[in-house]
Design a protein around this ligand. Structure first.
Ligand SMILES: [Zn+2]
Length: 420
């Protein structure tokens, strides 16, 4: 850290909360919906306008802005040691179709506010600092979500990403070119000293516990399991109850068992039965076949694997007891993400030094940090949002909380970028 040749106590530095709030309001005008939210879906005209605004702000701060092959934007503030691995602050400017003003946007604009604060104080860090806008985090126009960070992490190859289409058949590749954000920087992992993502919680825990800062320890993992239960179709009237092979007789204890599993591993475990497909699906016919769609989640890999194993085990037992044939298929498995222990510690210390109430928290939702954690030390900072509401035009957060989160980010970034 150098400041005009003399040392500075950078622990007293603070962001400008009013300026951060004003930038959030200005970005929210781009793609504004009638009900106070935003529609800046990935690679739309509104997304282009948001990217243009980000680029103007970053250039005004003296940053070089580069675009990679999947449209990820990187605004780079030089460091005193240009060859040193940069510190990255990243999130996303794209929104859901009826999205809020803070999800993702806050993390990107707080990154620019950190750079603004450094510029105001004529501070130069040893490492370069970059602020990233990842492409198509939301996944609502183009599936899958977290596409831009996923390509960089090697989860998706570029050809696959370009070929994703929206419901009108327009592809990611075409739309990147159309809005002028098909870049040349290879969409591959580079070396970063640290990656930070600041985000609203999108859940109720911080607000309910009157906590300002969530020190995010990781992102919970998930198993998507489909249970297929096969019985025998028959008439709902003439067939005596004891003469039936009704797959519901297996489905009900299996569903109960899923909830019991989550209760046994409370409060971290989640079990959701989000869909049941019924064949043939007629009121007066005992179904021949049911497919029960189960979503199991836990932040620890061992516990999550145990949940899936136990679920498979009791599904087989309950089905056998009911005389029903059963099969459990894994549709998707996302292992839990554990963030970098040193960065988690740093965020907690920064929050404590700033006097903010803080607590560890696990992210229930996926974020770009899930993928950056695969190639760089990564951690996240959460702030509360009203009623835990997100992916909704009524999404709301308090200016004081947003300022606090950005101050924690500033201190953590200073710590990581000051020394090399
Ligand atoms: Zn987000």
């Amino acid at each position: 850290m150098a400041a005009g040749g003399h040392s500075t106590d950078y622990s007293t530095l603070r962001v400008d909360g009013a300026r951060l709030w004003a930038s959030l309001e200005e970005m929210a005008r781009i793609g504004a919906t009638g009900r106070g939210g935003c529609d800046r879906q990935a690679l739309s005209d509104a997304d282009r306008a948001g990217r243009d605004q980000f680029t103007r702000w970053a250039r005004a701060l003296g940053c070089a802005v580069t675009v990679d092959q999947i449209g990820n934007l990187f605004a780079r503030r030089p460091g005193l040691k240009p060859q040193a691995a940069p510190v990255l602050i990243g999130s996303h400017l794209d929104t859901q179709a009826t999205g809020g003003r803070f999800d993702g946007v806050y993390g990107v604009l707080a990154g620019l506010e950190v750079l603004h604060t450094l510029a105001d104080n004529a501070l130069h860090t040893e490492r370069p600092i970059e602020v990233a806008n990842w492409t198509n985090e939301e996944g609502c126009r183009f599936a899958p979500a977290m596409l831009g960070s996923g390509v960089v992490a090697g989860e998706f190859d570029l050809a696959y990403a370009y070929a994703r289409t929206d419901r009108d058949g327009r592809s990611v590749g075409e739309e990147l070119a159309r809005i002028g954000y098909l870049g040349e920087l290879p969409a591959r992992a580079r070396e970063f000293a640290a990656v930070f993502e600041l985000h609203i919680e999108q859940g109720p825990i911080l607000e309910a516990t009157n906590t300002t800062i969530g020190v995010v320890t990781g992102i919970q993992g998930a198993y998507w399991l489909d249970v297929t239960l096969i019985g025998k179709a028959c008439h709902a009237g003439p067939t005596p109850m004891e003469a039936r092979r009704d797959p519901w007789r297996a489905a009900l204890p299996i569903i109960d068992g899923a909830y019991a599993l989550a209760a046994k591993l409370a409060p971290d475990a989640r079990a959701t039965i989000g869909d049941v497909k019924i064949f043939p699906g007629a009121r007066n016919t005992v179904p021949e076949r049911l497919i029960v769609c189960v979503d199991l989640r836990h932040p620890e890999a061992a516990q999550l694997d145990l949940m899936a194993a136990q679920f498979r085990d009791f599904s087989a037992r309950f089905a056998a007891a009911a005389g029903i044939d059963a099969r459990v298929d894994t549709i998707w498995h996302m292992p839990p993400t554990q963030f970098d222990a040193a960065l988690i510690g740093l965020i907690g210390r920064s929050a404590a030094a700033l006097g903010y109430r803080h607590r560890p928290i696990v992210s229930g939702a996926g974020h770009d940090s899930l993928y950056t954690a695969r190639f760089a030390p990564t951690a996240m900072i959460f702030v509360p949002c009203r009623d835990g509401l997100s992916h909704n035009e009524a999404e709301e957060a308090l200016p004081a909380d947003l300022e606090a989160g950005a101050n924690v980010l500033l201190q953590a970034v200073l710590e990581e970028s000051g020394r090399s």
